[in-house]
Design a protein around this ligand. Sequence first.
Ligand code: PRP
Length: 205
Amino acid sequence: MSIALPSGRLLKDSKLFLEKIGIRVKEASNRELISSENGYMFYFPRVFDVPVYVENGVDLGICGSDVVLERNNDVYVPIELPFGKCRMSIILPEEKIVPLENMEGYRIATKYPEITKNFFNEKGFNVKVLKLNGAVELAAKTRIADAIVDIVDTGNTIKANNLKEVYKMMDISAVLLVNRITQKTKFDFINDLIKKAKDYKNNIM
Ligand code: PRP
């Protein structure tokens, strides 16, 4: 059984969750990206790549629901996990607050170009999406973008950059991903895992 775990801010809670359902995770040593323990292989890709690994042969993965939506890979997502809770929002400079309807023609910087394009298409607005790989707040501060679409957790980052969250697009949570073939060939194991995940969720919520 192979599991792709997100390097980055979800890693700690992902490990804790797996340990609670009986899977002890071994950290990769130094710059290694793989570890193994008790018959499990653990892979440590970038969080944005977890669904790609799971679609293409890794049995299980954990990442945010934002990443699943943005990447749009063919994976089975049986359950939301009780951590990694945050939201995706439209964020503007504090001194340039406008309603959503006034964003026609806006340049919008984001790590989530697909979600952003779909969102504004559905609302019937034309916007220009600038794809960035992180530190997206800088695009609003430097005015290379009129607005940003980004993750808000504590809100500290936007506050520190004189930005304001004006519209919540969606709630986000960590999710479990299962490879489509694994779902069929290891049906009993996966079912048992999902049951344990549900019990864990019910116990802590
Ligand atoms: C995320 C997100 C915001 C920040 C929000 O960035 O893109 O910048 O966290 O968290 P807060 O509301 O608690 O301040 P991340 O740290 O993942 O790195 P990035 O800037 O490279 O995307």
